[in-house]
Design a protein around this ligand. Structure first.
Ligand SMILES: NC(=O)c1ccc[n+]([C@@H]2O[C@H](COP(=O)([O-])OP(=O)(O)OC[C@H]3O[C@@H](n4cnc5c(N)ncnc54)[C@H](O)[C@@H]3O)[C@@H](O)[C@H]2O)c1
Ligand SMILES: [Zn+2]
Ligand SMILES: [Zn+2]
Length: 366
C-alpha cells in the first residue's frame, strides 16, 4: 500500500502537521483514490477548532477530487484511472432513513462519522502503526485516501480537478438547496444570505431553477460584487435586506430564502424577510448547544423552514450533472477559487478562510 504526505490534525486549536502516513488496506468495497485537488471548507475549520466532534489524530478534507488508483475486489462500477469527486455521505441503503430516501440521516453514517473510521469500524490510515482517523469518511488533505466506493463519483475526464473538488461539498450544498430542497418555482423572488462558496452556489442554483430575481445579502462588498457576477440580480448589505425583499414583492417578502452564513442574526433575518407561506432553507450552523431566539410573529403564517445538510444531495446523479453544467458554461466555478496552494500552506489557507479573505483555497497535488 502507498505512503502519502498528509496534513494531520493531532490536537484541536493547533496547526495541522505535514506527515507521512500509510494508506490502506483497501477493503473489498473500497477504492484507493489518488487525490489531485482538495479545497478548504468551513466545516474543516470547525473540526480544527473543536466545534465538530471527531476523534483525533485525523486527516481532514472533504471537498476533493482525484483519480482511482485501485479498486477493492467487490467494486464493479469504477476502474483505475477514473476521474472522481468525493461525496461525504456514504449510507447503508437499508436503515429506517435510507428506506425513506433520506441518506443524510442514515443511522450507520451518523453513528460512525464522529468515530472517524469506516462503517466496519476499522481504520484505513495509520502513522507509525497507530490508527489515523478520516473526517467524514474521506481525508482529502493527503496524496492518497481510501474511501467507500459509493463515496467516489465519476465525472467526465475533461473536468479540471480543482473545480471538480468544489462540487463535493459547497457547490452541491448550495445548488442542491435551491434545486432539490427549496421547491423554488420559475419566476420566484429568492434571497441568499451569505455569499461564501455555499451562498454563491445557492445563487447559481436559483439561476438554474429559474428564479425571477435573486437578492444576494452580504456585509462584504467584494462578495456582493462576486454574487452579481455569477447571477444575482440584486445585492445589498444585511441592513437593507428586508426592505429590498419587500420592495420587489409588493411588500410580501421573498418567496424563498437560502441562509448560508451561519449566524443567529442571519437565521432571524431569514424568518423576517420571507413571505407568508414562503420557504426558508438554512444551510449555515452555529454550535449545537447555542440558542437562537426568534420573534415569534416572524415564524407564523405557514412559513416552511428546513435545515439541510448537503442540500438534498444525490451525489451519483448530481455530481456528473454539476460537472456537465460547468463544462457547458452554465455553472461558474472559476470565480470561486481564490488561491491554489501547496499542502504545506494549508494552515495559512485556513487562517485566510477564517478572516473571510478567500472564498475557496484549493490544495493542488502533483
Ligand atoms: N449545510 C451544509 O451541508 C453545509 C456545508 C458546508 C458549509 N456549511 C455552512 O454554511 C455556512 C457558509 O459556508 P461557507 O463555506 O460559504 O462560509 P464563508 O465563511 O466562506 O461564507 C460566509 C459568508 O457570510 C457572510 N456574512 C457574515 N455575516 C453576515 C450577515 N450578517 N449577513 C449576511 N452574510 C453574512 C460573510 O461575509 C461570508 O461571505 C457555514 O456556516 C458553514 O458551516 C453548511
Ligand atoms: Zn442507512
Ligand atoms: Zn464542506
Amino acid at each position: 500500500m502507498p505512503q502519502a504526505k498528509a496534513a494531520v490534525l493531532r490536537r484541536a486549536n493547533a496547526p495541522m502537521t505535514i506527515e507521512t502516513i500509510d494508506v490502506g488496506p483497501v477493503a473489498p468495497g473500497d477504492v484507493l483514490v489518488r487525490i489531485k485537488a482538495a479545497s478548504l471548507c468551513h466545516t474543516d475549520l470547525e473540526a480544527m477548532e473543536g466545534a465538530i466532534a471527531i476523534n483525533l489524530p485525523a486527516v481532514l478534507g472533504h471537498e476533493a477530487s482525484g483519480e482511482i488508483a485501485e479498486v477493492g475486489r467487490d467494486v464493479t462500477d469504477l476502474a483505475q484511472g477514473d476521474r472522481v469527486v468525493l461525496s461525504w455521505n456514504p449510507h447503508c441503503g437499508s436503515c429506517f432513513y435510507c428506506e425513506r430516501a433520506q441518506p443524510i440521516l442514515c443511522r450507520t453514517f451518523l453513528a460512525n462519522g464522529p468515530k472517524g473510521f469506516h462503517f466496519d469500524g476499522k481504520p484505513r490510515l495509520t502513522c507509525d502503526a497507530a490508527p489515523m482517523h478520516q473526517l467524514m469518511y474521506l481525508g482529502g488533505f493527503a496524496e492518497y485516501c481510501v474511501v467507500p466506493a459509493q463515496a467516489a463519483i465519476r465525472v467526465p475526464d475533461t473536468m479540471p480537478f480543482d473545480r471538480a473538488a468544489l462540487i463535493g461539498c459547497g457547490v452541491m450544498t448550495g445548488v442542491g438547496a435551491a434545486t432539490r430542497v427549496a421547491a423554488l418555482r420559475w419566476g420566484d423572488v429568492a434571497m441568499v444570505i451569505g455569499c461564501g462558496a455555499v451562498g454563491l452556489s445557492a445563487i447559481q442554483g436559483c439561476v438554474l431553477a429559474g428564479a425571477g430575481s435573486i437578492i444576494a445579502v452580504d456585509p462584504n462588498p467584494a462578495r456582493r460584487q462576486l454574487a452579481q457576477a455569477i447571477g444575482a440580480t440584486h445585492a445589498c448589505d444585511p441592513a437593507e435586506a428586508i426592505d429590498l425583499a419587500k420592495s420587489l414583492t409588493d411588500n410580501r417578502g421573498a418567496d424563498v430564502i437560502i441562509e448560508a452564513a451561519g449566524r443567529p442574526e442571519t437565521f432571524r433575518q431569514s424568518a423576517e424577510a420571507v413571505r407568508p407561506g414562503g420557504q426558508i432553507v438554512w444551510l449555515g450552523k452555529v454550535s449545537v448547544n447555542d440558542e437562537v431566539p426568534f420573534r415569534w410573529g416572524s415564524l407564523m403564517q405557514e412559513k416552511r423552514i428546513v435545515r439541510s445538510s448537503y442540500g438534498g444531495a444525490k451525489p451519483a446523479q448530481d455530481f456528473p450533472m454539476l460537472a456537465r453544467a460547468y463544462l457547458d458554461g452554465k455553472l461558474k466555478l472559476d470565480e470561486m477559487i481564490s488561491a491554489r496552494i501547496g499542502l504545506e500552506q494549508i494552515n495559512e489557507g485556513f487562517a485566510a478562510l477564517k478572516r473571510g479573505e478567500t472564498v475557496r483555497s484549493v490544495v493542488m497535488f502533483p
